[in-house]
Structures are given as structure tokens and as C-alpha cells.
Design a protein around this ligand. Structure first.
Ligand code: GTP
Ligand code: MG
Length: 195
């Protein structure tokens, strides 16, 4: 897809701030620092539209980006940041769970993982939620540029097994650094958001 327009809309703290125009939503979930914001920027050809929070784990907001007046990317707060208090973790869980449960325009969750590492406990918990709520998911294995190509398949297999993915679950190898996987991911997104 050719992106001609991308704009930041809102850091929403709750449902009353979510947009009400019913455009399809593609959400991004993943560990703090895994590369969610970089992925968004790469997908829309912008260096810095999606920003990293200077205080990881502190912001409990859903960041909405509108793309071509056609869909939203919804950047979840990263999980698994060690310094987050239990109260903050619970607030995160409530907000995400409610979003997954109630948000009608949600079409697809991009579960972003680091190709170099086996999925974390939090990644597995997120996957279980997505299965539980029956939400279509595409696993995006990012930072591929940080691993020799000869090891990609081996690492992909571990991720596939640990997250209990079947052959019908889409998986995309990605690198925000190189732009690898961009066209393939747009194809997957278009399949879910634009039909
Ligand atoms: P939070 O917003 O804290 O949850 O983090 P995030 O998931 O949005 O991660 P972010 O996109 O800010 O990236 C974290 C760091 O990883 C940055 O220094 C990025 O430059 C780097 N990074 C992200 N994607 C890639 C990639 O594909 N390749 C390489 N080499 N570095 C990457
Ligand atoms: Mg981010």
C-alpha cells in the first residue's frame, strides 16, 4: 500500500477517547523496546512520527495513528518493563483486556517479537489472550538484521512453537532498519483491514 497520509491522532487513556469514526484498527503489541514504534515508522515511511516514550512503562496510553484516512495503527504500551509497579501492570492489563474484548473496529493484532530471542512469558500470555478473545493475529519477528540470515529459520521455528502458531497464522520476518518485510506486512494488513 502506498501511504500518502499518516498522522498522530491521540494518546488515549480510555474508551471515551478512542476515535468514533469506525475505521478499521490494527493494534501493535509487544515487549517494551522490541521495535513497535520503529515498525510503524517504517510502514509509513516516516522517520519519527511514532515516538519512543522517554519513560518506558510509564505511559498507559493507546497511541492512535490514522493512515490514508483508511485505518488506524494503535500502538499499545510495551509490556515487560522491569521497573513498572504492580499497580501499573494491573492498569495496563485492564486497559488492554478491555480493548481486546470490546473494541469492535479491531481487525488484527500485530504481535511484535524479537527474532533473536524466544518469546517471553508476557509474549506467551499475550498470545493466550488473543486466542481466548479469538482475535486475528500476525506475528512480526523484527530486528532480523541483527541475526545472520543462516539462523532465521531456526529462530522462527522456536517462536512458532512457543507461541503455538499453526500454519494458517501469518508470520512476517521484519527489519525496520532494512525495510525487510514491509510489503509482505502491508499485504497481510490489507487482507484484514480492507475487506
Ligand atoms: P516502547 O515504546 O518502549 O514499548 O518500545 P518500542 O517497541 O516502540 O521500540 P522502538 O521502536 O522505540 O525501538 C527500540 C530500539 O530498537 C530503538 O533503538 C530502535 O532503533 C531499535 N530497533 C527497532 N527496530 C529495529 C530493527 O528492525 N533493527 C535494528 N537494528 N534496530 C531496531
Ligand atoms: Mg514505542
Amino acid at each position: 500500500m502506498k501511504v500518502t497520509q499518516a498522522e498522530f491522532i491521540i494518546s488515549a487513556v480510555g474508551p471515551d477517547q478512542y476515535p468514533d469514526d469506525a475505521l478499521p484498527e490494527i493494534a501493535l503489541a509487544g515487549r517494551s523496546n522490541v521495535g513497535k514504534s520503529s515498525l510503524i515508522n517504517r510502514m509509513i515511511n516516516r522517520k519519527n512520527l511514532a515516538r519512543t516514550s522517554s519513560q518506558p512503562g510509564k505511559t498507559q496510553c493507546l497511541n492512535y495513528y490514522r493512515i490514508n484516512d483508511l485505518m488506524y495503527f494503535v500502538d499499545f504500551p510495551g509490556y515487560g518493563y522491569a521497573k513498572v509497579s504492580k499497580t501499573q501492570r494491573q492498569a495496563w492489563g485492564k486497559m488492554i483486556e478491555r480493548y481486546l474484548l470490546e473494541r469492535d473496529p479491531l481487525q488484527l493484532v500485530l504481535q511484535v517479537v524479537d527474532l533473536r530471542h524466544p518469546p517471553s512469558k508476557d509474549d506467551i500470555m499475550m498470545r493466550e489472550w488473543l486466542i481466548h478473545y479469538d482475535i486475528p493475529t500476525c506475528v512480526v519477528m523484527t530486528k532480523a538484521d541483527k541475526l545472520p540470515k543462516s539462523q532465521w529459520q531456526k529462530h522462527m521455528k522456536v517462536i512458532r512453537n512457543d507461541l503455538q502458531l499453526t500454519s494458517s497464522n501469518p508470520m512476517v520476518m521484519f527489519s525496520s532498519e532494512l525495510g525487510l518485510g514491509k510489503d509482505e506486512l502491508w499485504e497481510v494488513i490489507s487482507r484484514y483491514a480492507l475487506t
